[in-house]
Design a protein around this ligand. Structure first.
Ligand SMILES: Nc1ncnc2c1ncn2[C@@H]1O[C@H](COP(=O)(O)OP(=O)(O)OP(=O)(O)O)[C@@H](O)[C@H]1O
Ligand SMILES: [Mg+2]
Length: 354
């Protein structure tokens, strides 16, 4: 079932000053998020990610297009009805946005008080939430006394207080170190799996997307330029923006510079083999090389795991007489895609040296 349906949505801000240009922050975006999914939205700064989030929880009206949240068209609702829709959407931010004057307990209590939940029930709910995020011990501390990761846990508990169906996370891990990021990502996964909350993760960190998202949407200049399962987007990125993002994480095909280095040490035939989990196992390929009497060495590349499925590129140096190498490659090509590593430009080494 579709929980969030965004159809042809555009958001244009008027010029900041007279004579200036209007800014189209979100440009004809269509996107559906199914109940129970974790969808990652990635894009560079200014791509329109935060604007999209503000449109989804109706903090701002869209200029055109329609947005339905759990079947309710939010673009035309009165402020009163919108408040009800917003109760079903939790939100967390990069800077946590906690109330400094309140304790951990007080922060989580806030949305419950606003929603008119009686004290006794609040208490039960807060204990439950703090235990879920692993902060029962910290209930009476003030937010300044917490680490970044702990603050984000409080923010998550607060966002979940009213039992929303949707959690919007806008750069929720961008202020955290890698280890703390991994903890928060693991907590978000539990929020999804154990509480059934649908999560929209906005981030510029591919590591986060890779470890949590079922589906990935890539934005550039307000537009969705690529969308697909996390595995497909990582294993076969098609848009240049996506390729740049994926390369920040998966850098398994040698570029010209790496080829120049490899060439200096490896004089045999260099080929890159592409593996995908649904294709052929590596052992089949290696067995074929051995059978043909070709010696080989793995000199570059790597295998990644996304959503429990493996893919990657391995660059091999092949050594043996030319005929045996050709015969082996003919067989290997039947199994996996093979590309010859291009020779580096003649002056690559000199350029390196400069
Ligand atoms: N309230 C506003 N008024 C005018 N322009 C805005 C407003 N909010 C955002 N913009 C513009 O819209 C574009 C998209 O901004 P947005 O904050 O959605 O990007 P983002 O992808 O979240 O970037 P970041 O990764 O830096 O958070 C930018 O060009 C921004 O300057
Ligand atoms: Mg943003």
């Amino acid at each position: 079932m579709a929980l969030i349906e965004i159809e042809g949505v555009t958001k244009t801000y008027p010029p900041a000053r007279r004579g200036g240009q209007p800014v189209t922050a979100v440009d004809d975006v269509s996107l559906t998020v199914e109940k129970g999914e974790i969808v990652g939205v990635v894009g560079y700064s200014g791509a329109g990610k935060s604007t999209l989030v503000r449109l989804v929880n109706a903090l701002e009206p869209a200029t055109s297009g329609t947005i339905r949240v759990d079947g309710v068209e939010v673009t035309s609702l009165s402020e009163r009805r919108l408040q009800k829709v917003r109760l079903g959407i939790g939100m967390i931010f990069q800077q946590f946005n906690l109330f400094h004057s309140r304790t951990v307990y007080g922060n989580v209590a806030y949305p419950l008080t606003v929603a008119g939940v009686p004290r006794a029930e609040q208490h039960r709910r807060i204990e439950e939430l703090l235990s879920f995020v692993g902060l029962s011990e910290k209930a009476h501390q003030y937010s300044e006394q917490l680490s970044g990761g702990q603050k984000q846990r409080v923010a998550i508990a607060r966002a979940l207080a009213t039992d929303p169906a949707i959690l919007l996370a806008d750069e929720a891990t961008s202020a955290l170190d890698p280890e703390t990021t991994a903890d928060v990502v693991a907590l978000l996964r539990r929020v999804n799996e154990e509480l059934g909350v649908t999560i929209l993760v906005i981030t510029h960190e591919m590591e986060v997307v890779k470890s949590i998202a079922d589906r990935v949407v890539v934005m550039e200049q307000g537009r969705v330029v690529e969308a697909g399962s996390a595995f497909d987007v990582f294993a076969r990125p098609s848009h240049p923006a996506t390729q740049r993002f994926v390369r920040t994480l998966v850098d398994d095909v040698p570029d010209a510079r790496a080829v120049a280095h490899l060439r200096a040490r490896h004089t045999g035939r260099l080929v890159t083999l592409s593996f995908r989990d649904d294709a052929v196992s590596q052992s089949q390929v290696f067995a074929e090389l051995v059978r043909q009497g070709v010696e080989f060495e793995l000199i570059f590349g790597g295998i990644e795991d996304v959503q429990g499925r493996a893919f990657g590129h391995l660059t091999l140096e092949l050594r043996g007489d030319d005929e045996a190498v050709e015969a082996a490659l003919r067989e290997v090509r039947e199994l996996v895609p093979v590309t010859d590593v291009p020779e580096p430009p003649a002056d690559a080494d000199e350029r390196e040296a400069v």
